[in-house]
Design a protein around this ligand. Structure first.
Ligand code: C2E
Ligand code: MG
Ligand code: MG
Length: 318
């Protein structure tokens, strides 16, 4: 029998829970030390992919090796795109429900292949996160988003930041330098972070986020509701916006449970002095529901899909 590990450490102010993932490989008559450790390693990456406190038993038939090989080719794709200048930012509007107009845009990464195809970012970003390349990608995204704001007076842009970038204590100083260099007002930049990113390193993330907010940038908690977080946790996190995960929004017109959940979330978000954004508003009917439930902003295909920046904004020439 195997139990997953969970450690409780009490600090002066907080309690921290450390969890562990375990990869298991069974000794076979013909295995070598290298193959055994290799299989345990593959099983560990599968365990990590399931989330915190998980274990996985290596099974040659479960495609682990294939998915890692796939990850290697995804990493090669995004590395080449970064070096060959084939990354792009697409923009999607975030609408104020009351005002009925776009108040800011989310910048979403896209990768162009040499033959001009546009690739969706999720598997590429997962590969970049696993390898650490994501820090360079995040820096590229920040630089380009800030230049875009500088070229477009009055533009407010939200940028996704990976959990790995929250490890970097220099981030507030780097951000400040980029903003000053381009003459951009910090409040025009919103940084989106996920709850898993902040939960994994709560105290550390809180300090960093407080530093970023002290610069004057805004913060949004992305994909809220799908992780392990509680309302109590929401109270402590220094964010301005909370983005309710799209999986609860797209079902609002037929799920009473999701309506109750979103209603409770919106009340908590407002109770803690933050603003609620609904992701995946795909239809007029969903828009009516989010309006009824008191959500402040809406984002989704109903208003527009992510588009190349130049087709969304009337950019200044040059
Ligand atoms: P996210 O930050 O939650 O972004 C929202 C995702 O939902 C985007 O997918 C967007 O295209 C999609 N979406 C928007 N409206 C709708 C809708 O009405 N219905 C549906 N089904 N989907 C909708 P995308 O662009 O594929 O990005 C996926 C994820 O990749 C993002 O989720 C974010 O976590 C990550 N990501 C994207 N760009 C960046 C980036 O520049 N840096 C980092 N670190 N992560 C990024
Ligand atoms: Mg986002
Ligand atoms: Mg999201």
């Amino acid at each position: 029998m195997l139990q997953t590990a969970r450690f409780l450490c009490k600090g002066d102010r907080d309690q921290h829970i450390a969890t562990a993932c375990v990869g298991i490989a069974v000794v076979q008559p013909d295995c070598t030390t290298e193959s055994l450790l290799g299989h345990a390693d593959l099983a560990l990456s599968q365990a990590r992919a399931k989330g915190r406190s998980n274990w996985h038993l290596y099974n040659p038939g479960d495609g682990t090796r294939e998915s890692l090989l796939d990850r290697t080719s995804q990493l090669a794709l995004i590395t080449d795109a970064l070096h060959d200048n084939r990354l792009a930012l697409f923009l999607q509007p975030i609408m104020s429900i009351q005002a009925g107009r776009a108040v800011h845009y989310e910048a979403l990464l896209r990768v162009r292949t040499p033959d001009g195809q546009i690739l969706p970012p999720a598997p590429l970003i997962a590969a970049a996160e696993a390898s650490g390349l994501i820090r360079e990608i995040d820096q590229w995204v920040l630089q380009h988003a800030i230049s875009l704001i500088a070229s477009q007076p009055g533009l407010h842009l939200a940028v996704n930041l990976s959990a790995r970038s929250l490890d970097n204590p220099e981030l507030p100083a780097q951000l400040q330098a980029m903003l000053e260099q381009q003459g951009v007002q910090p409040h025009q930049l919103i940084l989106e972070i996920t709850e898993t990113a902040t939960l994994n390193q709560m105290t550390h993330a809180e300090i960093l986020l407080t530093g970023i907010r002290a610069l004057g940038c805004k913060l949004a908690l992305d994909d809220f509701g799908v992780g392990f977080s509680t309302f109590q946790y929401l109270k402590h996190l220094p964010v301005d916006f909370v983005k309710i995960d799209g999986s609860f929004i797209r079902t609002l017109d037929h799920s009473e449970d999701d309506r109750l959940f979103v209603k409770a979330l919106v009340e908590a978000i407002h109770g803690y002095g933050k603003l609620a954004i609904a992701e995946y508003v795909e239809t007029e009917a969903i828009l009516r529901w989010v309006t009824e439930l008191g959500v402040d902003y809406a984002q989704g295909y109903h208003f527009g899909r992510p588009q190349p920046a130049e087709s969304v904004l009337p950019l200044k020439p040059g």
